[in-house]
Design a protein around this ligand. Structure first.
Ligand code: GLC
Length: 569
């Protein structure tokens, strides 16, 4: 029975598609809508409810599509607008919602708006971007050094938070808003279910243009981040990152703008949603008037998902959410196209498979909307590139060059450091089969990024599809368990055994159902005493250790790395 109090985006499991790497339908080595369309049955078999597409718009690809040159069209290499609408229609027919990526902060430097703006100081779009006669301070772009780039036509500098090919729009200009809201309506009119809002924190800059105080260049800071090992070193570089960009992030004006955007969405049927690429819960406004969701990034910002880390994270997030409104809703994720692969990030090199299953169980049983990233369901791992010519992430190629030229690093060391930091390592093509090019594209075609050779060792969809014990089938089972267990979707979260280092135990509870979740992160069997629990009987819903197993309370025994979900009474 569906609880109608809850919106679809509160109940849904989301799956992020990175269009370039998901499925190549026309065999040119680049993913496309034809490929996505062909894989809809697969997505349905996985059991997810909603898709988030990373940018599908025309782009010169300086930032893998996050540099948009036309907001109301489809990148030709991905297909036509007609193919897009067919894809969305077919997704909707299967009950899958589709949200798009919306990049508000900047356009491509090839966007007609920018070409016009940079052409002179008195054209109609002269102040659609952020122009200065001289660089006003020492601000950095987080991707490529100084944040101000000179344009001879105007004899002026424009500001860019990201690559110089991504000039920042001037959001203080009402015409910019009008133009962008028009693009938003274009996709909503076509039936898009909402948007993932890119980098919202970067939309406004400190009006006083205050310089930052970090005694390092961007390249030095990236190198220091790569080399930081101890907690103190990491804390220091994190503080530097915060300080370097403090005046370029989270500035006044953001919330008024998000309210305006929300009002545009609410002109529709009340079912369209916004999820912000930010962890700041302030973007939820009063719970009704800004974004519906922001990501719980602090959950994934760790090397090991430990029970203590998860518990502390939940305690803090859920308390902060409840201060906003009783309807404010959590949103958990462990991976995306900017991060290392979940399997690599949270593995320990020894129990990676078990830990990947625990990572998923964490996401699907905690309170909130889970977001999965394509490929994690088959345990795709980080791909370490070995030649700089393979890199597509310009943040990393810029860093490599700066490390050699500015920091004087040996090219081999610069390559190693860039290969660690590049986001390409989590963006390689999806591995569909144990076949040449992992079945992503024909054998004689070069895929846009190298394919991880571990497709031949079982890390591919088709092998895992046939193996009932594979990670893929585990994803399917656990997603199905969540779908069939109302309290896992809408129930309250109540932590148990706050001191345990080895396991996480909590209750999820609705008026009709109480679910006990026990996640054993430890390699040994554990005997857990639940005598403080008022519930006396437990019936098994799911165990990763055995399809059938005896359950008794209050003394419960869990197998190594067991994921246990039970209904208690
Ligand atoms: C967001 C995107 C990232 C992109 C950046 C600039 O952080 O997730 O991939 O490079 O914004 O648009």
């Amino acid at each position: 029975m569906t609880d109608t109090k809850f919106k679809w985006w509160q109940r849904a499991v989301f799956y992020q598609i990175y269009p370039r790497s998901f499925a190549d339908g026309n065999g040119d080595g680049i993913g496309d809508f034809k490929g996505m369309l062909e894989k809809l049955d697969y997505l349905q078999s996985l059991g997810v409810d909603a898709l988030w597409l990373s940018p599908h718009y025309p782009s010169p690809m300086y930032d893998c599509g996050y540099d948009i040159s036309d907001y109301t069209a489809v990148a030709p290499e991905y297909g036509s607008l007609e193919e897009f609408t067919t894809f969305m229609h077919e997704a909707h027919t299967r009950g899958l919602r589709v949200i798009l990526d919306l990049v508000l902060n900047h356009t491509s430097d090839q966007h007609p708006w920018f070409l016009e703006s940079k052409s002179s100081r008195d054209n109609p779009k002269y102040d659609w971007y952020v122009w200065f006669d001289q660089p006003p301070n020492n601000w950095q772009s987080c991707f490529d050094g100084p944040a101000f780039t000179y344009v001879p036509e105007r004899g002026q500098y424009y500001y860019h938070y990201f690559m110089q090919q991504q000039p920042d729009l001037n959001w203080r200009n009402p015409q910019v808003k009008q133009a962008m809201w028009q693009a938003v309506r274009f996709w909503l009119d076509l039936g898009a279910d909402g948007f993932r809002l890119d980098a919202i924190g970067t939309l406004f800059e400190d009006p006083d243009l205050t310089s930052h105080s970090v005694p390092l260049t961007l390249a030095e800071l990236r190198l220091a981040s790569d080399r930081a090992r101890t907690p103190a070193e990491r804390e220091r570089v994190n503080r530097y990152w915060r300080e370097m960009f403090a005046h370029q992030l989270g500035q006044p004006g953001l919330h008024a703008l998000m309210k305006e955007l929300r009002a545009v969405l609410d002109e529709y049927d009340g079912e369209r949603m916004l999820v912000g690429e930010d962890e700041d819960l302030a973007y939820l406004g009063n719970g009704q008037d800004e974004l519906q969701l922001v990501f719980n990034f602090p959950l994934m910002r760790t090397d090991r998902l430990t029970p203590a880390h998860i518990r502390a994270n939940q305690a803090e997030r859920l308390a902060a959410l409840s201060e906003i409104s009783k309807n404010a809703w959590p949103c958990n994720t462990l991976g995306n196209h900017d991060s290392p692969r979940v399997y690599s990030q949270f593995g320990d090199g020894e129990h990676d498979e078990q830990l990947a299953r625990l990572s998923l169980a964490t996401l699907l049983t905690l309170k909130g909307t889970p977001f999965l990233y394509n490929g994690e369901e088959i345990g795709m791992t980080n791909t370490i590139l070995t030649d700089i010519s393979q890199f597509k992430d310009s943040m990393a190629t810029w860093y490599y060059q700066a490390a050699v030229d500015e920091l004087g690093l040996d090219p081999a060391e610069a390559l190693r450091s860039a290969a660690q930091q590049t986001r390409d390592k989590g963006r390689t093509p999806l591995q569909w089969q144990n076949a040449p090019n992992a079945g992503f594209c024909p054998a004689n075609v070069q895929p846009w990024l190298p394919i991880n050779p571990n497709f031949a060792k079982g890390v591919n969809v088709s092998d895992q599809d046939r193996d009932p014990d594979s990670l893929l089938n585990f994803y399917r089972r656990l997603i199905a368990v969540r779908r069939a267990t109302p309290a896992l979707i809408t129930g309250t979260y109540q932590p148990l055994h706050a001191q345990s280092e080895a396991y996480l135990a909590f209750l999820r509870q609705t008026a009709d159902q109480t679910i006990l979740v026990v996640l054993n992160f430890y390699e040994n069997q554990l005997e857990i005493d639940f005598s403080n629990l008022t519930h006396q009987t437990a019936s098994l819903i799911f165990s990763s250790a055995a399809a059938e197993r005896q359950l008794s309370l209050p003394a419960l025994s869990t197998a190594p790395f067991e994921i246990l979900i039970a209904e208690v009474n």
